[in-house]
Design a protein around this ligand. Sequence first.
Ligand code: GLU
Length: 504
Amino acid sequence: MRKNELASVFQAMDHDRKGKLTKDRILESLSNAGILSNDVRLSALLRRMEVAGGSLFGLKTFGSLLDSCESLISRAVRGELVIPEFQAFSESLKNIYDETRHDADGAVASYIPQLARVPADNFAVAVSTIDGQQCVIGDADYNFTLQSSCKPLLYAAALEELGVEKVHSHVGREPSGLSFNELSLNKDGLPHNPMINAGAIMTSSLIRRGCSSADRLEYLHNLVKTLSAGVTPNFNTAVWHSERETADRNFALAHHMREHGAFPEGTQIVPTLDYYFSACSMEVTARTMSTIGATFANGGVCPSTGDKVFSEDTVKNTLSMMYSCGMYDYSGEFAFTVGIPAKSAVSGVVLAIVPNVLSIAVWSPKLDSCGNSVRGVAFLKKLVERFSFHNYDGLVESKKSDPRRRSAVVATDQTYQAIYAASVGDTNELKRLVARGHDLNTADYDGRTPLHLAAAEGQIEVVRFLMRHKVHTEPKDRWGFRPIDDAKRHKRNAVIEELSRMAA
Ligand code: GLU
Protein backbone atom coordinates (compact mmCIF):
# COMPACT_ATOMS: atom_id res chain seq x y z
CA MET A 1 0.00 0.00 0.00
CA ARG A 2 1.35 3.45 -0.78
CA LYS A 3 2.29 5.49 2.27
CA ASN A 4 -0.49 8.05 2.06
CA GLU A 5 -3.12 5.38 1.37
CA LEU A 6 -1.94 3.39 4.37
CA ALA A 7 -2.10 6.52 6.48
CA SER A 8 -5.63 7.30 5.40
CA VAL A 9 -6.78 3.74 6.15
CA PHE A 10 -5.09 3.97 9.54
CA GLN A 11 -6.71 7.31 10.29
CA ALA A 12 -10.12 6.06 9.26
CA MET A 13 -9.78 3.36 11.93
CA ASP A 14 -8.12 5.56 14.52
CA HIS A 15 -11.25 7.51 15.56
CA ASP A 16 -9.87 8.97 18.76
CA ARG A 17 -6.60 10.07 17.07
CA LYS A 18 -4.35 8.22 19.49
CA GLY A 19 -1.94 7.12 16.79
CA LYS A 20 -2.39 3.51 17.93
CA LEU A 21 -4.90 0.83 17.00
CA THR A 22 -6.00 -2.15 19.05
CA LYS A 23 -6.90 -5.49 17.52
CA ASP A 24 -10.51 -4.92 18.59
CA ARG A 25 -10.57 -1.51 16.92
CA ILE A 26 -9.27 -2.97 13.66
CA LEU A 27 -11.79 -5.79 13.70
CA GLU A 28 -14.61 -3.44 14.64
CA SER A 29 -13.85 -1.15 11.69
CA LEU A 30 -13.88 -4.12 9.37
CA SER A 31 -17.05 -5.54 10.85
CA ASN A 32 -18.74 -2.16 10.39
CA ALA A 33 -17.95 -2.53 6.71
CA GLY A 34 -19.43 -6.05 6.77
CA ILE A 35 -16.15 -7.97 6.87
CA LEU A 36 -16.53 -10.27 9.88
CA SER A 37 -13.64 -11.79 11.80
CA ASN A 38 -14.51 -15.33 10.62
CA ASP A 39 -13.82 -14.27 7.01
CA VAL A 40 -11.09 -16.55 5.63
CA ARG A 41 -9.38 -13.55 4.04
CA LEU A 42 -8.62 -12.19 7.51
CA SER A 43 -7.06 -15.34 8.92
CA ALA A 44 -3.49 -14.31 8.04
CA LEU A 45 -4.05 -10.86 9.56
CA LEU A 46 -5.43 -12.41 12.76
CA ARG A 47 -2.44 -14.71 12.97
CA ARG A 48 0.00 -11.86 12.46
CA MET A 49 -1.71 -9.76 15.13
CA GLU A 50 -1.36 -12.70 17.50
CA VAL A 51 2.33 -13.11 16.67
CA ALA A 52 3.00 -9.37 16.91
CA GLY A 53 2.24 -9.76 20.61
CA GLY A 54 1.69 -6.15 21.70
CA SER A 55 -1.89 -4.99 21.89
CA LEU A 56 -1.37 -1.54 20.37
CA PHE A 57 -0.30 -1.09 16.77
CA GLY A 58 1.21 2.11 15.41
CA LEU A 59 1.09 3.05 11.74
CA LYS A 60 4.24 1.18 10.80
CA THR A 61 3.35 -2.10 12.55
CA PHE A 62 -0.17 -1.81 11.21
CA GLY A 63 1.24 -1.61 7.67
CA SER A 64 3.32 -4.71 8.22
CA LEU A 65 0.30 -6.69 9.50
CA LEU A 66 -1.82 -6.23 6.41
CA ASP A 67 0.13 -7.97 3.66
CA SER A 68 -2.13 -9.84 1.24
CA CYS A 69 -5.39 -8.49 2.68
CA GLU A 70 -4.32 -4.90 2.05
CA SER A 71 -6.64 -4.25 -0.83
CA LEU A 72 -9.63 -5.78 0.98
CA ILE A 73 -9.00 -3.68 4.06
CA SER A 74 -8.37 -0.53 2.13
CA ARG A 75 -11.55 -0.94 0.10
CA ALA A 76 -13.60 -1.89 3.17
CA VAL A 77 -12.51 1.10 5.21
CA ARG A 78 -12.84 3.55 2.32
CA GLY A 79 -16.40 2.45 1.55
CA GLU A 80 -15.49 0.85 -1.75
CA LEU A 81 -17.25 -2.50 -1.34
CA VAL A 82 -20.45 -3.24 -3.22
CA ILE A 83 -22.62 -2.03 -0.31
CA PRO A 84 -20.59 0.94 0.91
CA GLU A 85 -22.88 1.90 3.81
CA PHE A 86 -23.06 -1.59 5.21
CA GLN A 87 -23.96 -0.63 8.76
CA ALA A 88 -26.96 1.39 7.65
CA PHE A 89 -27.98 -1.44 5.34
CA SER A 90 -27.70 -3.98 8.18
CA GLU A 91 -29.85 -1.75 10.39
CA SER A 92 -32.58 -1.80 7.74
CA LEU A 93 -32.33 -5.59 7.53
CA LYS A 94 -32.74 -5.80 11.31
CA ASN A 95 -35.78 -3.57 11.16
CA ILE A 96 -37.38 -5.73 8.50
CA TYR A 97 -36.53 -8.82 10.57
CA ASP A 98 -38.27 -7.28 13.60
CA GLU A 99 -41.32 -6.35 11.54
CA THR A 100 -41.55 -9.88 10.16
CA ARG A 101 -40.87 -11.95 13.26
CA HIS A 102 -44.36 -11.44 14.70
CA ASP A 103 -45.86 -13.23 11.76
CA ALA A 104 -46.67 -16.58 13.36
CA ASP A 105 -48.82 -18.01 10.56
CA GLY A 106 -48.19 -21.23 8.73
CA ALA A 107 -47.26 -24.75 9.80
CA VAL A 108 -44.05 -26.73 9.71
CA ALA A 109 -43.77 -29.55 7.17
CA SER A 110 -44.98 -32.76 8.73
CA TYR A 111 -44.61 -35.39 6.03
CA ILE A 112 -41.65 -36.75 8.00
CA PRO A 113 -41.34 -36.60 11.82
CA GLN A 114 -37.86 -35.02 11.70
CA LEU A 115 -39.21 -31.92 9.98
CA ALA A 116 -42.30 -31.80 12.19
CA ARG A 117 -39.99 -31.58 15.21
CA VAL A 118 -37.85 -28.57 14.20
CA PRO A 119 -38.26 -25.47 16.41
CA ALA A 120 -41.12 -23.86 14.54
CA ASP A 121 -40.47 -20.30 15.67
CA ASN A 122 -36.82 -20.10 14.75
CA PHE A 123 -36.04 -17.30 12.36
CA ALA A 124 -32.78 -16.40 10.67
CA VAL A 125 -31.72 -13.94 8.04
CA ALA A 126 -28.24 -13.96 6.54
CA VAL A 127 -27.01 -11.70 3.79
CA SER A 128 -23.67 -12.05 1.99
CA THR A 129 -22.43 -9.74 -0.73
CA ILE A 130 -20.19 -10.40 -3.70
CA ASP A 131 -17.42 -8.66 -1.76
CA GLY A 132 -17.89 -11.07 1.14
CA GLN A 133 -19.65 -8.57 3.41
CA GLN A 134 -21.97 -10.39 5.76
CA CYS A 135 -24.86 -9.60 8.08
CA VAL A 136 -26.53 -12.33 10.13
CA ILE A 137 -29.61 -11.94 12.29
CA GLY A 138 -31.42 -14.37 14.59
CA ASP A 139 -30.86 -18.13 14.44
CA ALA A 140 -28.30 -17.90 11.65
CA ASP A 141 -26.09 -20.65 13.08
CA TYR A 142 -28.82 -23.25 13.44
CA ASN A 143 -28.66 -26.17 11.01
CA PHE A 144 -31.53 -27.06 8.70
CA THR A 145 -31.72 -29.56 5.84
CA LEU A 146 -31.33 -28.33 2.29
CA GLN A 147 -34.41 -30.16 1.01
CA SER A 148 -35.49 -28.48 -2.21
CA SER A 149 -32.82 -25.81 -1.97
CA CYS A 150 -30.45 -28.53 -3.22
CA LYS A 151 -32.21 -28.38 -6.59
CA PRO A 152 -30.37 -25.35 -7.99
CA LEU A 153 -27.09 -26.93 -6.82
CA LEU A 154 -27.82 -30.25 -8.53
CA TYR A 155 -28.88 -28.45 -11.69
CA ALA A 156 -25.81 -26.21 -11.72
CA ALA A 157 -23.53 -29.20 -11.10
CA ALA A 158 -25.11 -31.09 -14.00
CA LEU A 159 -24.84 -28.06 -16.30
CA GLU A 160 -21.24 -27.48 -15.38
CA GLU A 161 -20.35 -31.07 -16.11
CA LEU A 162 -22.46 -31.78 -19.19
CA GLY A 163 -23.48 -28.47 -20.72
CA VAL A 164 -26.89 -27.03 -21.36
CA GLU A 165 -27.78 -29.12 -24.42
CA LYS A 166 -27.19 -32.50 -22.82
CA VAL A 167 -28.89 -31.55 -19.56
CA HIS A 168 -31.93 -30.18 -21.33
CA SER A 169 -32.25 -33.25 -23.48
CA HIS A 170 -33.36 -34.89 -20.20
CA VAL A 171 -35.24 -32.10 -18.44
CA GLY A 172 -37.39 -29.20 -19.66
CA ARG A 173 -37.22 -25.58 -18.60
CA GLU A 174 -40.84 -24.53 -18.42
CA PRO A 175 -42.84 -23.91 -15.24
CA SER A 176 -45.23 -26.81 -14.88
CA GLY A 177 -48.16 -24.96 -13.40
CA LEU A 178 -48.51 -28.05 -11.26
CA SER A 179 -47.48 -29.04 -7.77
CA PHE A 180 -43.76 -29.73 -7.20
CA ASN A 181 -44.23 -33.48 -6.91
CA GLU A 182 -47.04 -33.90 -9.45
CA LEU A 183 -46.91 -37.14 -11.41
CA SER A 184 -46.65 -35.38 -14.73
CA LEU A 185 -44.16 -34.99 -17.56
CA ASN A 186 -44.02 -32.49 -20.44
CA LYS A 187 -45.07 -33.30 -24.00
CA ASP A 188 -41.61 -34.77 -24.69
CA GLY A 189 -41.95 -37.15 -21.76
CA LEU A 190 -39.41 -35.19 -19.69
CA PRO A 191 -39.72 -33.54 -16.29
CA HIS A 192 -40.97 -29.98 -16.70
CA ASN A 193 -37.99 -28.25 -15.10
CA PRO A 194 -35.09 -28.92 -12.71
CA MET A 195 -36.67 -27.07 -9.76
CA ILE A 196 -39.39 -29.65 -9.14
CA ASN A 197 -38.91 -33.16 -7.77
CA ALA A 198 -38.93 -35.06 -11.06
CA GLY A 199 -36.42 -32.60 -12.51
CA ALA A 200 -34.10 -32.85 -9.53
CA ILE A 201 -34.27 -36.65 -9.61
CA MET A 202 -33.24 -36.33 -13.24
CA THR A 203 -30.29 -34.01 -12.53
CA SER A 204 -29.32 -36.38 -9.71
CA SER A 205 -29.03 -39.13 -12.30
CA LEU A 206 -26.80 -37.01 -14.56
CA ILE A 207 -24.04 -35.95 -12.16
CA ARG A 208 -20.76 -37.93 -12.23
CA ARG A 209 -22.37 -41.01 -13.76
CA GLY A 210 -19.09 -42.85 -14.11
CA CYS A 211 -18.26 -42.66 -10.39
CA SER A 212 -19.17 -44.85 -7.43
CA SER A 213 -22.01 -43.75 -5.15
CA ALA A 214 -19.49 -42.84 -2.47
CA ASP A 215 -17.48 -40.66 -4.82
CA ARG A 216 -20.60 -39.00 -6.17
CA LEU A 217 -21.66 -38.15 -2.63
CA GLU A 218 -18.22 -36.89 -1.73
CA TYR A 219 -18.31 -34.70 -4.81
CA LEU A 220 -21.56 -33.12 -3.63
CA HIS A 221 -20.17 -32.47 -0.15
CA ASN A 222 -17.07 -30.89 -1.61
CA LEU A 223 -19.18 -28.81 -3.94
CA VAL A 224 -21.16 -27.35 -1.04
CA LYS A 225 -17.92 -26.81 0.81
CA THR A 226 -16.29 -24.91 -2.04
CA LEU A 227 -19.41 -22.85 -2.66
CA SER A 228 -19.45 -21.84 1.00
CA ALA A 229 -15.77 -20.88 1.40
CA GLY A 230 -14.85 -24.07 3.20
CA VAL A 231 -17.74 -24.96 5.50
CA THR A 232 -18.30 -28.72 5.58
CA PRO A 233 -22.05 -29.41 5.42
CA ASN A 234 -23.65 -31.74 7.98
CA PHE A 235 -25.54 -34.79 6.94
CA ASN A 236 -28.80 -35.57 8.70
CA THR A 237 -28.99 -39.36 8.61
CA ALA A 238 -32.40 -39.51 10.28
CA VAL A 239 -33.87 -37.21 7.64
CA TRP A 240 -32.29 -39.34 4.91
CA HIS A 241 -33.93 -42.50 6.26
CA SER A 242 -37.25 -40.74 6.73
CA GLU A 243 -37.18 -39.31 3.22
CA ARG A 244 -36.43 -42.74 1.84
CA GLU A 245 -39.15 -44.48 3.83
CA THR A 246 -41.84 -42.01 2.79
CA ALA A 247 -40.78 -41.65 -0.81
CA ASP A 248 -43.59 -43.40 -2.65
CA ARG A 249 -44.20 -40.36 -4.80
CA ASN A 250 -40.54 -39.86 -5.65
CA PHE A 251 -40.24 -43.55 -6.57
CA ALA A 252 -43.39 -43.20 -8.66
CA LEU A 253 -41.92 -40.15 -10.42
CA ALA A 254 -38.71 -42.03 -11.19
CA HIS A 255 -40.56 -45.07 -12.57
CA HIS A 256 -42.84 -42.81 -14.59
CA MET A 257 -39.78 -41.12 -16.11
CA ARG A 258 -38.10 -44.44 -16.82
CA GLU A 259 -41.27 -45.71 -18.49
CA HIS A 260 -41.08 -42.69 -20.83
CA GLY A 261 -37.38 -43.19 -21.54
CA ALA A 262 -36.46 -39.86 -19.97
CA PHE A 263 -33.29 -41.04 -18.18
CA PRO A 264 -29.94 -41.65 -19.87
CA GLU A 265 -29.53 -45.32 -20.70
CA GLY A 266 -28.52 -47.55 -17.83
CA THR A 267 -29.84 -45.27 -15.07
CA GLN A 268 -30.62 -47.17 -11.90
CA ILE A 269 -33.55 -45.86 -9.96
CA VAL A 270 -32.61 -46.70 -6.38
CA PRO A 271 -29.10 -45.17 -6.37
CA THR A 272 -30.44 -42.14 -8.23
CA LEU A 273 -33.14 -41.56 -5.63
CA ASP A 274 -30.70 -42.20 -2.79
CA TYR A 275 -28.50 -39.50 -4.25
CA TYR A 276 -31.39 -37.08 -4.41
CA PHE A 277 -32.37 -37.88 -0.79
CA SER A 278 -28.76 -37.34 0.26
CA ALA A 279 -28.72 -33.91 -1.32
CA CYS A 280 -32.01 -33.09 0.45
CA SER A 281 -30.59 -34.33 3.77
CA MET A 282 -27.46 -32.21 3.79
CA GLU A 283 -27.54 -29.54 6.45
CA VAL A 284 -26.25 -25.97 6.47
CA THR A 285 -26.95 -22.83 8.46
CA ALA A 286 -28.48 -19.65 7.09
CA ARG A 287 -25.05 -18.06 7.34
CA THR A 288 -23.53 -20.77 5.16
CA MET A 289 -26.46 -20.73 2.78
CA SER A 290 -26.00 -17.02 2.17
CA THR A 291 -22.34 -17.60 1.31
CA ILE A 292 -23.37 -20.27 -1.17
CA GLY A 293 -25.81 -17.78 -2.68
CA ALA A 294 -23.14 -15.08 -2.82
CA THR A 295 -21.04 -17.38 -4.98
CA PHE A 296 -23.94 -17.50 -7.43
CA ALA A 297 -24.48 -13.73 -7.15
CA ASN A 298 -20.78 -13.31 -7.93
CA GLY A 299 -20.99 -15.21 -11.23
CA GLY A 300 -19.81 -18.53 -9.80
CA VAL A 301 -16.76 -17.27 -7.91
CA CYS A 302 -16.70 -17.66 -4.14
CA PRO A 303 -16.27 -14.08 -2.87
CA SER A 304 -13.85 -14.82 -0.06
CA THR A 305 -11.69 -17.61 -1.51
CA GLY A 306 -11.73 -16.50 -5.15
CA ASP A 307 -12.44 -20.11 -6.17
CA LYS A 308 -14.25 -20.37 -9.47
CA VAL A 309 -16.92 -22.99 -8.85
CA PHE A 310 -19.31 -22.49 -11.77
CA SER A 311 -19.06 -20.74 -15.10
CA GLU A 312 -21.04 -17.56 -15.69
CA ASP A 313 -23.30 -19.47 -18.10
CA THR A 314 -24.10 -22.12 -15.50
CA VAL A 315 -24.99 -19.39 -13.02
CA LYS A 316 -27.09 -17.47 -15.52
CA ASN A 317 -29.06 -20.58 -16.45
CA THR A 318 -29.55 -21.61 -12.84
CA LEU A 319 -30.80 -18.18 -11.82
CA SER A 320 -33.18 -18.15 -14.80
CA MET A 321 -34.70 -21.42 -13.62
CA MET A 322 -34.96 -20.16 -10.07
CA TYR A 323 -36.64 -16.99 -11.31
CA SER A 324 -39.35 -18.82 -13.22
CA CYS A 325 -39.75 -22.01 -11.18
CA GLY A 326 -38.12 -21.66 -7.76
CA MET A 327 -41.05 -20.91 -5.46
CA TYR A 328 -43.46 -23.82 -6.04
CA ASP A 329 -46.93 -22.72 -7.15
CA TYR A 330 -46.12 -19.16 -6.16
CA SER A 331 -43.27 -18.78 -8.65
CA GLY A 332 -45.03 -16.45 -11.09
CA GLU A 333 -46.47 -14.32 -8.33
CA PHE A 334 -43.08 -14.14 -6.60
CA ALA A 335 -41.28 -13.19 -9.83
CA PHE A 336 -43.88 -10.48 -10.35
CA THR A 337 -43.92 -8.95 -6.89
CA VAL A 338 -40.45 -9.66 -5.53
CA GLY A 339 -38.58 -10.05 -8.82
CA ILE A 340 -35.53 -11.89 -7.49
CA PRO A 341 -34.45 -15.43 -8.44
CA ALA A 342 -35.11 -17.61 -5.41
CA LYS A 343 -35.53 -21.21 -4.32
CA SER A 344 -37.50 -22.31 -1.34
CA ALA A 345 -37.63 -25.63 0.47
CA VAL A 346 -39.90 -27.48 2.89
CA SER A 347 -37.33 -27.02 5.64
CA GLY A 348 -38.34 -23.34 5.60
CA VAL A 349 -35.39 -21.79 3.84
CA VAL A 350 -35.67 -19.33 0.96
CA LEU A 351 -32.46 -18.58 -0.87
CA ALA A 352 -32.72 -15.39 -2.95
CA ILE A 353 -30.03 -13.96 -5.18
CA VAL A 354 -29.56 -10.42 -6.46
CA PRO A 355 -27.00 -10.92 -9.27
CA ASN A 356 -23.80 -8.89 -8.94
CA VAL A 357 -24.81 -7.69 -5.50
CA LEU A 358 -25.71 -10.18 -2.79
CA SER A 359 -27.63 -13.20 -1.65
CA ILE A 360 -30.16 -13.53 1.13
CA ALA A 361 -30.98 -16.70 3.02
CA VAL A 362 -34.10 -16.51 5.15
CA TRP A 363 -34.92 -19.50 7.29
CA SER A 364 -38.12 -19.91 9.26
CA PRO A 365 -39.78 -23.34 9.27
CA LYS A 366 -43.50 -22.44 9.16
CA LEU A 367 -44.81 -22.79 5.62
CA ASP A 368 -47.78 -21.34 3.78
CA SER A 369 -50.19 -23.36 1.66
CA CYS A 370 -47.78 -23.29 -1.31
CA GLY A 371 -44.95 -24.71 0.82
CA ASN A 372 -42.96 -21.47 1.08
CA SER A 373 -41.71 -20.11 4.39
CA VAL A 374 -44.26 -17.55 5.60
CA ARG A 375 -41.65 -15.25 7.10
CA GLY A 376 -39.27 -15.92 4.22
CA VAL A 377 -41.71 -14.56 1.68
CA ALA A 378 -42.80 -11.72 3.99
CA PHE A 379 -39.21 -10.68 4.61
CA LEU A 380 -38.31 -10.62 0.92
CA LYS A 381 -41.45 -8.66 0.05
CA LYS A 382 -40.57 -6.01 2.58
CA LEU A 383 -36.97 -5.99 1.40
CA VAL A 384 -37.95 -5.06 -2.16
CA GLU A 385 -40.42 -2.48 -0.93
CA ARG A 386 -37.48 -0.69 0.65
CA PHE A 387 -34.61 -1.46 -1.74
CA SER A 388 -34.53 -1.48 -5.52
CA PHE A 389 -33.62 -5.17 -5.83
CA HIS A 390 -36.54 -6.22 -8.06
CA ASN A 391 -35.14 -7.31 -11.41
CA TYR A 392 -36.95 -4.47 -13.19
CA ASP A 393 -36.69 -1.73 -10.59
CA GLY A 394 -34.11 0.00 -12.77
CA LEU A 395 -36.85 0.83 -15.27
CA VAL A 396 -39.00 2.88 -12.95
CA GLU A 397 -38.45 5.99 -10.96
CA SER A 398 -39.16 5.20 -7.36
CA LYS A 399 -38.45 6.26 -3.85
CA LYS A 400 -36.75 2.97 -3.06
CA SER A 401 -33.17 3.25 -2.00
CA ASP A 402 -30.31 1.58 -3.81
CA PRO A 403 -27.58 0.53 -1.39
CA ARG A 404 -25.08 -0.51 -4.06
CA ARG A 405 -22.36 1.57 -5.64
CA ARG A 406 -23.05 3.18 -8.99
CA SER A 407 -21.80 1.21 -11.97
CA ALA A 408 -19.72 3.96 -13.65
CA VAL A 409 -17.84 4.27 -10.39
CA VAL A 410 -17.49 0.50 -10.22
CA ALA A 411 -16.01 0.31 -13.75
CA THR A 412 -13.28 2.89 -13.11
CA ASP A 413 -12.65 1.38 -9.72
CA GLN A 414 -12.09 -2.06 -11.17
CA THR A 415 -9.23 -0.67 -13.23
CA TYR A 416 -7.60 0.82 -10.17
CA GLN A 417 -8.40 -2.21 -8.04
CA ALA A 418 -6.71 -4.49 -10.57
CA ILE A 419 -3.65 -2.27 -10.82
CA TYR A 420 -3.45 -1.95 -7.08
CA ALA A 421 -3.98 -5.66 -6.44
CA ALA A 422 -1.22 -6.43 -8.96
CA SER A 423 1.16 -4.07 -7.17
CA VAL A 424 0.65 -5.72 -3.78
CA GLY A 425 0.58 -9.31 -5.04
CA ASP A 426 -3.10 -9.95 -4.37
CA THR A 427 -3.92 -12.63 -6.96
CA ASN A 428 -7.17 -13.52 -5.23
CA GLU A 429 -8.48 -10.05 -5.87
CA LEU A 430 -7.42 -10.31 -9.51
CA LYS A 431 -9.25 -13.63 -9.82
CA ARG A 432 -12.42 -12.02 -8.52
CA LEU A 433 -12.11 -9.10 -10.90
CA VAL A 434 -11.66 -11.45 -13.85
CA ALA A 435 -14.67 -13.40 -12.72
CA ARG A 436 -16.66 -10.19 -12.78
CA GLY A 437 -15.69 -9.60 -16.37
CA HIS A 438 -12.87 -7.14 -15.83
CA ASP A 439 -10.29 -7.04 -18.65
CA LEU A 440 -6.82 -7.23 -17.12
CA ASN A 441 -5.38 -5.33 -20.09
CA THR A 442 -7.25 -2.19 -19.06
CA ALA A 443 -4.82 0.62 -18.37
CA ASP A 444 -5.24 3.71 -16.22
CA TYR A 445 -4.97 7.32 -17.43
CA ASP A 446 -1.20 6.98 -17.66
CA GLY A 447 -1.39 3.79 -19.67
CA ARG A 448 -0.21 1.70 -16.71
CA THR A 449 -1.56 -1.85 -16.65
CA PRO A 450 -1.60 -4.48 -13.89
CA LEU A 451 1.42 -6.07 -15.59
CA HIS A 452 3.41 -2.80 -15.36
CA LEU A 453 2.77 -2.59 -11.64
CA ALA A 454 3.41 -6.26 -10.94
CA ALA A 455 6.69 -5.98 -12.88
CA ALA A 456 7.77 -2.81 -11.12
CA GLU A 457 7.02 -4.25 -7.68
CA GLY A 458 8.53 -7.64 -8.44
CA GLN A 459 5.27 -9.51 -7.84
CA ILE A 460 6.31 -12.65 -9.66
CA GLU A 461 3.20 -14.67 -8.74
CA VAL A 462 1.01 -11.96 -10.19
CA VAL A 463 3.14 -11.79 -13.33
CA ARG A 464 2.67 -15.56 -13.76
CA PHE A 465 -1.06 -15.20 -13.10
CA LEU A 466 -1.32 -12.46 -15.74
CA MET A 467 0.64 -14.57 -18.22
CA ARG A 468 -1.75 -17.46 -17.64
CA HIS A 469 -4.58 -15.05 -18.39
CA LYS A 470 -2.83 -14.15 -21.62
CA VAL A 471 -2.62 -10.40 -21.11
CA HIS A 472 -0.58 -8.39 -23.64
CA THR A 473 3.04 -8.75 -22.61
CA GLU A 474 4.35 -5.48 -24.03
CA PRO A 475 1.83 -2.68 -23.47
CA LYS A 476 3.40 0.78 -23.43
CA ASP A 477 2.52 3.43 -20.86
CA ARG A 478 2.36 7.12 -21.77
CA TRP A 479 6.12 7.43 -21.37
CA GLY A 480 6.70 4.51 -23.69
CA PHE A 481 7.73 2.04 -20.97
CA ARG A 482 6.87 -1.64 -21.19
CA PRO A 483 6.51 -3.91 -18.12
CA ILE A 484 9.94 -5.38 -18.78
CA ASP A 485 11.44 -1.88 -18.72
CA ASP A 486 9.93 -1.38 -15.27
CA ALA A 487 11.29 -4.72 -14.10
CA LYS A 488 14.77 -3.77 -15.34
CA ARG A 489 14.66 -0.35 -13.72
CA HIS A 490 13.79 -1.92 -10.37
CA LYS A 491 16.07 -4.94 -10.85
CA ARG A 492 13.30 -7.50 -10.55
CA ASN A 493 15.30 -10.42 -11.88
CA ALA A 494 12.67 -13.15 -11.60
CA VAL A 495 10.21 -10.95 -13.45
CA ILE A 496 12.74 -10.07 -16.14
CA GLU A 497 13.38 -13.75 -16.68
CA GLU A 498 9.68 -14.61 -16.86
CA LEU A 499 8.85 -11.77 -19.26
CA SER A 500 11.81 -12.50 -21.53
CA ARG A 501 10.80 -16.16 -21.63
CA MET A 502 7.26 -15.16 -22.65
CA ALA A 503 8.55 -12.76 -25.30
CA ALA A 504 10.75 -15.51 -26.73
N1 GLU B 1 -37.27 -34.13 0.12
C1 GLU B 1 -38.45 -33.49 -0.32
C2 GLU B 1 -39.13 -34.31 -1.39
O1 GLU B 1 -38.51 -34.78 -2.29
C3 GLU B 1 -38.11 -32.12 -0.84
C4 GLU B 1 -39.31 -31.32 -0.77
C5 GLU B 1 -39.08 -29.86 -0.92
O2 GLU B 1 -38.28 -29.24 -0.20
O3 GLU B 1 -39.76 -29.33 -1.79
O4 GLU B 1 -40.32 -34.52 -1.33
